[in-house]
Design a protein around this ligand. Structure first.
Ligand code: NAD
Length: 468
């Protein structure tokens, strides 16, 4: 299977998906190895992950280089690789506390005690997308490993060059190599994973998420879906325009807008609409494309050519329906085989435009004015998605009172896209943005475990409800 290079457009890499039989065999081996992995205890699992962290660090430069080719970008990639160590450390600390809790407690019936036990799902399958290939392949993998599961990971076929390097780091830790494996492959391998694992964590589009949900249903296994988004920001009359424009720009165009949590809809109070647009346009125009070199600017290429077609379609649809282009371009520009999209500001927007209703996944900022706060809340909630959002207001109280009425899982207050950098707040995805327990915060680890209760009678006499 050939893989496209996002900077050159050349198909210069190949992946070799395993056969269905080989996958089944691997799954069986891993299920066997998992028994010892869980039995060895949390301290052993923590020390093994710490060893792995060091091996990842030893291969840091190779990992960065592979990911840079996969994604065509640089600064986001360095950040992505740096996050591995802090993520392992954070989950190690959380899981140590988690497993330290006493399993035994008394009950409301004086002579009955309860002992709680946790049993991990043997083999967890992780299926991840191309926009943050490393980070999103690890986000569920690390807590699942610490919970005591074995994990089979299938990253996206669009950005798979990092897999070999990461697998090399895993192979350097013999305690881990039977428990964690990365697979090359596309839809077929992902579909097979839904058949051969005991729990699926899927991050990707809502369209594929439905198929994964159906497959998990057929296989009768739990599934956690983290899907698309169309995040809205509301900027009230009292907001600091300078702060809001800087944050909205970052939240919309970082990683060239290729983030589920990117701000894709901007609602601004009519009294500050013109200065807001003018400031945002000024700041957007100061950003440069990362061309001809990776570090020539802040905006890298659009990684997937299919996404280029979607962005172009949304821009064309908006312009045909009357949108005004205030900054950027009405299409992705091709440069030496790569496709680049400039930070683009659109006004004269309506909710009939795809750019306000479908996920664009590009650095596009469509802005609509509003008169009343309730109108802005209704517009923000008028979406099939409910991943996250943001509110800017003069006071925290005002912003929070608006945030409480938004139908989405995480809301940045006087900031934007904070879930990109802060993974501690527990949250669910609303509507078509996902389903299942939180992947962030301490309780995320529980997703990988079944609970058992031992109900222990401590008295020597008969129970009062037995037949006398
Ligand atoms: P995608 O749905 O096309 O692919 C995601 C993964 O699913 C890939 O690994 C792919 O090979 C695999 N896959 C494809 N068909 C499959 C099938 N039938 N069964 C099992 N697996 C299958 O998504 P994408 O284009 O790679 O990623 C972009 C999407 O991901 C966007 O919609 C974005 O919003 C979403 N995303 C969501 C989050 C989140 O946390 N909510 C984070 C990042 C990206």
């Amino acid at each position: 299977m050939k893989v496209r290079n996002p900077r050159t457009g050349l198909y210069d890499y190949e992946i070799e998906p395993l056969s269905a039989e080989a996958l089944v065999e691997k799954a069986n081996q891993m299920r066997n190895a998992q028994k010892e992995w869980f039995k060895a205890g949390i301290d052993f699992r923590i020390s093994t992950l710490q060893k792995w962290k060091n091996e990842v660090n030893n291969l840091k430069n190779e990992l960065i280089e592979a990911l840079c080719i996969d994604t065509g970008r640089k600064w986001e990639t360095v950040l992505e690789v740096d996050l591995v160590a802090s993520s392992i450390d954070r989950w190690c600390a959380i899981s140590k506390d988690f497993f330290a809790e006493s399993p035994r407690k008394t009950s409301s019936i004086p002579f009955l005690d309860i002992e709680q036990a946790l049993v991990p799902y043997s083999l967890v399958g992780v299926i991840s997308p191309w926009n943050f290939p490393l980070l999103l392949s690890l986000i569920d993998t690390i807590p699942a490993l610490l919970a005591g599961s074995a994990v089979l990971v299938k990253p996206s076929e669009v950005a798979p060059r990092f897999i070999k390097v990461l697998q090399q780091s895993i192979n350097e830790v013999p305690e881990l190599s039977g428990i964690l494996n990365y697979l090359e492959g596309a839809a077929e391998t992902g579909a097979k994973l839904c058949e051969i694992t005991d729990l699926i964590c899927f991050t990707g589009s809502t369209t594929t998420g439905r198929k994964v949900y159906q497959a998990a249903c057929d296989n009768f296994i739990p599934v956690f879906l983290e899907l698309g988004g169309k995040d809205a920001v509301i900027v009230t009359q009292t907001a600091d325009i300078d702060r809001a424009t800087s944050a909205v720009l970052w939240g919309s165009v970082a990683n060239a807008g290729q983030s589920c949590l990117s701000i894709e809809r901007v609602y601004v109070h009519q009294s500050i609409f013109l200065p807001f647009v003018s400031k945002l346009v000024g700041k957007a125009n100061q950003l440069n494309l990362a061309f001809p070199e990776r570090d020539s600017g802040q905006i890298g290429p659009i990684i997937s050519d299919k996404q280029v077609a979607i962005i172009n379609d949304h821009l064309q649809d908006a312009i045909e329906k009357g949108a005004s282009l205030k900054a950027g371009s009405s299409f992705c520009e091709e440069m030496k085989g790569g496709f680049y999209c400039r930070p683009t500001v659109l006004t004269n927007i309506t909710h009939e435009m795809k750019v306000m209703s479908e996920e664009t996944f590009g650095p596009i900022m469509p802005i609509m004015p509003f008169k009343e706060i309730q109108e802005a809340i209704n517009l923000a909630n008028d979406s099939k998605y409910g991943l996250s959002g943001a509110v800017f207001a003069g006071t925290e109280e005002e912003a929070l009172s608006i945030a409480k009425q938004l139908k989405c899982g995480a809301i940045s207050i006087n900031d934007a896209a904070l879930t990109a950098v802060m993974h501690e707040g527990e949250k669910n995805s609303f509507k078509l943005s996902g389903i299942g327990g939180t992947r962030m915060g301490p309780s995320a680890i529980k997703r990988f475990m079944k609970q058992k209760a031992y109900l222990i009678n401590t008295s020597q006499v008969k129970d009062p409800w037995w037949f006398s």
